[in-house]
Design a protein around this ligand. Structure first.
Ligand SMILES: [Zn+2]
Length: 124
């Protein structure tokens, strides 16, 4: 059996791939984790990135669309309703596009660092 080089969580996460083998897909649907990796059989049942991906996506998208709204309204002098509509569409599209890679990325980092829910049973 050959020893594999460790998979970078950045590479695995941003490619939506298994953090253990880097090949199998991690999602069965848009944001639903598979039960196991189809290539290496890694168990994803405990995968739970929680609200983390949404928080990061909100921060990044907010930093993009807020200046965009100002540019539309005051730089390009678009009517308020049009500037707001374009900004909202951009925000929705960016959020939907960024959620899967951010969720897979956080899961890959949790996998690498063996993060799990704090229960207090570990502390002695
Ligand atoms: Zn795998």
């Amino acid at each position: 059996m050959t020893e594999r080089a460790p998979i970078s969580p950045w590479v695995a996460g941003l490619r939506l791939r298994c953090p253990q083998c880097g090949e199998g897909k991690v999602f069965a649907g848009y944001l639903r984790f598979r039960d196991t990796c189809s290539v290496c059989g890694a168990d994803f049942k405990a995968a739970d990135a929680g609200d983390g991906p949404a928080v990061f996506v909100i921060l990044v998208v907010g930093a993009i669309v807020a200046p965009l709204l100002i540019i539309f309204q005051y730089g390009l002098h678009l009517p308020g309703w049009l500037a707001l509509t374009l900004t909202m569409v951009a925000a929705i599209v960016l959020c939907l596009a960024m959620l899967p890679p951010f969720k897979a990325l956080l899961f890959a980092f949790q996998w690498k660092h063996k993060a799990r829910e704090a229960t207090g049973k570990d502390i002695q």
